[in-house]
Design a protein around this ligand. Structure first.
Ligand code: ADP
Length: 152
């Protein structure tokens, strides 16, 4: 059976830090699905359709990487697409505290789901979507943080 891993997140925007996790995951699993979670409470800056196109462009040479979006719980989406592994990145202890709780909850919802935590590559650990988004809003060029060119 195919080993499918889901890499869920807001990806507003998807960064080189995220890319690193996906590439490392693609070497371990048969398929990696990048799942953009749609949260009705949170207004996005980069529209989902734009981000899907950008991510497809970034992984055009990776046949086992796909991107999709979902509404609702991550664990429910993982079950729906038959993903038994949930990929997440750990940048620091704050990420660890959060990921630890969410992994337990996700396992309660979908007991077959195994969370796999990747220690972030140190040269990419400082990159966060929030900061990239903020500096982009103020007109800074953010190309060096992204694995694709933003549409103009
Ligand atoms: P969420 O809103 O679900 O936290 P994000 O898009 O911010 O979504 O992040 C998705 C995942 O990517 C999280 O596991 C996060 O820890 C990880 N991540 C974020 N930035 C980086 C980075 N620079 N390097 C590695 N992993 C990262």
């Amino acid at each position: 059976m195919k080993r499918i891993a889901l890499f869920p997140g807001s990806f507003d925007p998807f960064t080189k830090g995220h890319e690193d996790i996906v590439i490392r995951g693609s070497l371990l699993f048969d398929e990696v699905i990048i799942g953009i979670g749609q949260n009705s409470q949170k207004q996005r800056f980069f529209p989902i359709e734009v981000m899907i196109n950008c991510i497809n462009e970034a992984f055009k040479d990776y046949p086992n990487v796909k991107v999709d979006s979902f509404v609702g719980l991550t664990a429910t989406f993982a079950e729906k697409i038959n993903a038994k592994y949930l990929l997440r990145g750990l940048r620091n202890t704050t990420d660890f505290e959060y990921e630890n709780s969410i992994a337990q909850i996700n396992k309660n919802i979908y007991p077959n789901l195994e969370t796999v935590l990747f220690i972030t590559s140190p040269e990419l650990a400082y990159i966060s979507s929030t900061i990239v988004r903020d500096i982009h809003k103020w007109g800074q060029n953010v190309d060096k943080y992204l694995p694709y060119k933003l549409p103009t």
